[in-house]
Design a protein around this ligand. Structure first.
Ligand SMILES: Cc1ncc(COP(=O)(O)O)c(C=O)c1O
Length: 402
C-alpha cells in the first residue's frame, strides 16, 4: 500500500496508471508520479518521518514503492548539510550551507535515483535497463543493478572517468564506450530499447528516477528544521535534479510541512555546454541543441536537456538565475571549496560556487539570504581532471620548510 495516485505528464496533463508502460511523449514533457497528499497528510505527520532510517528511505511514504522492505539500498541519502562559514564570508553571505551529496555510495547524488527507480523497476518485474550516461549515473546504476540482481546496460562517452568506468565494469554491467559524437547516444539507446525490449531509464523517460532525486529536497527542508532556504544553487545537466528538488518543495508545501515562498532556483552549467543558460538569457521557453560540446570529463554533458521547458519555467517562477561557468573557474572553485572548507567537490558541482559568486556580484541575493549549494558529487572520481597540486618532493633527511 502506498499513496500513489497515478502518473501525470508534466506538460500535457495526460494521466496513465502507475506501473503501466510509459508511452513516449513530446520533447520537453515527461511523466511524473502524483500522490494522494490529502490522505497522506491525515495519516502521517513530519515527526513520523524523523523517526525513520538515516537514509532516503525515511521518506518511503512519499515514494512510489509497494513495500519498503523491497528497497534496493546501499545506504544512500541523508547526506550532511554542512555550514560553510568561511566560504560564506568570501561570498558576502551570512548563511551558506553545502549539501554534500559526495557521501553517497557511488560518490554522487545519482544513487538516489538509482535506488528508488531500481526498487520500483524490480517490483514491476523489469530485468534489463539501459541508458546513456556521461559516467556518474552509469557507475551508480550498475552498482544498484548488481545489488538488485538486475542487468544494467551502459553507453558512456569516450572521455568517461576511470572511476565511473570501473564502477560500471566491475559491477558486471555490459559497458559500451561510444567512439563518436555524444549527441548520437540518445538515439542509440532508443534503438536498442526497440530492438531488445530493454527498459529505457534515460533522464525523464520514466518517472521513478525523479522520485529518488526529489529526496534531496525533502532532506534540505528537514535539515533546515522544516524550512525552505531562500536560494538554492544546483549544477544542471539534463535538468532532473533541479526539477526533482522543486517537486519535493511543492509537495512539502502541499502537505503543510513547510511554509513560505519557494527558494530562488539558480542553476549552473559549463560554458562548453550551456543550452539552458542560453535559452534563459534569450527568454526562450525551450533549449536548442548545443552543438559544440566542450566540457571536462564527467557530468553536465547534456546537449539537449530533456527537462529544458520545466527548468526554464522553474527559473522564471522562482525569480532565479542561470550561469555558464568556464572550466577554469570550475577548477578554481573546486580548490577554493577544499581550501576554505575541506570539502572535496567534483568540478561539476563546484560550478555552483562560481555561480553563486556571479549571483552575488549581480545583486541577485541579499547578504542575509540563507543559501544552499548542492555539491552533487565527490572530487575523488575527478582526479584526472584536476590540475597538479603544488606539492614539493623531498629527500630523506632534508628539513621540511614551509
Ligand atoms: C556530478 C553531477 N552533477 C550534476 C549533474 C546534473 O544532472 P541533472 O541535471 O540531470 O540532475 C550531473 C549529470 O550530468 C552530474 O554527473
Amino acid at each position: 500500500m502506498n499513496y500513489v495516485n497515478h502518473i501525470a505528464y508534466w506538460e500535457s496533463g495526460e494521466t496513465i496508471a502507475e506501473g503501466a508502460e510509459i508511452p513516449p511523449c513530446a520533447p520537453g514533457d515527461f511523466p511524473e508520479v502524483t500522490y494522494d497528499l490529502e490522505r497522506l497528510k491525515s495519516d502521517l505527520n513530519r515527526f513520523a518521518v524523523t523517526q525513520g532510517p538515516a537514509s532516503l528511505w525515511r521518506y518511503a511514504p512519499l515514494l512510489p514503492v509497494e513495500e519498503v522492505d523491497n528497497a534496493v539500498t546501499l545506504g544512500e541519502g541523508w547526506t550532511p548539510m554542512l555550514p560553510v562559514d568561511r566560504l560564506a564570508v568570501a561570498m558576502g553571505l551570512q548563511t551558506l550551507l553545502a549539501k554534500d551529496e559526495g557521501r553517497n555510495p557511488s560518490g554522487t547524488f545519482k544513487d538516489r535515483g538509482a535506488s528508488v527507480a531500481i526498487t520500483r523497476m524490480r517490483e514491476l518485474g523489469i530485468k534489463t535497463i539501459i541508458h546513456n550516461s556521461s559516467g556518474n549515473a552509469a557507475g551508480s546504476w550498475a552498482m544498484y543493478a548488481a545489488r538488485a540482481g538486475m542487468r544494467c546496460v551502459n553507453l558512456v562517452p569516450d572521455d568517461v572517468l576511470a572511476g565511473s568506468l570501473q564502477q560500471s565494469v566491475l559491477s558486471g554491467a555490459p559497458t559500451f564506450i561510444l567512439d563518436g559524437a555524444w549527441k548520437e547516444s540518445g538515439a542509440m539507446v532508443a534503438d536498442a530499447v526497440a530492438k531488445n525490449g530493454w527498459h529505457n531509464m534515460c533522464t525523464l523517460k520514466e518517472p521513478y528516477r525523479l522520485e529518488g532525486k526529489k529526496t534531496m529536497g525533502y532532506e534540505i527542508a528537514e535539515q533546515l528544521g522544516w524550512a525552505l532556504p531562500d536560494a538554492l544553487v544546483y549544477p544542471c545537466g539534463g535538468g532532473l535534479g533541479a526539477i526533482a528538488i522543486y517537486k519535493a518543495f511543492k509537495e512539502l508545501l502541499a502537505l503543510g510541512w513547510v511554509t513560505g515562498p519557494l527558494p530562488k532556483m539558480i542553476i549552473t552549467q559549463y560554458e562548453g555546454c550551456a543550452p539552458i543558460v542560453r535559452a534563459f538569457e534569450n527568454d526562450a521557453s525551450h533549449a536548442e541543441l548545443w552543438e559544440n560540446l566542450d566540457v571536462p570529463p564527467g557530468g553536465l554533458k547534456s546537449t539537449r536537456p530533456p527537462g529544458d521547458k520545466a527548468i526554464l519555467k522553474i527559473l522564471r517562477e522562482t525569480d532565479g538565475a542561470a550561469y555558464a561557468i568556464s572550466t577554469e573557474d570550475a577548477l578554481a572553485a573546486t580548490a577554493e571549496m577544499m581550501k576554505l572548507e575541506g570539502i572535496f567537490p567534483c568540478p561539476e558541482s563546484a560550478t555552483t560556487v562560481a555561480g553563486l559568486r556571479k549571483a552575488m556580484s549581480q545583486g541577485i541575493l541579499e547578504a542575509d539570504a540563507r543559501v544552499v549549494l548542492v555539491i552533487t558529487g565527490n572530487g575523488l572520481k575527478s582526479i584526472p581532471v584536476l590540475s597538479n597540486a603544488a606539492y614539493q618532493t623531498i629527500k630523506p633527511g632534508e628539513p621540511l620548510k614551509i
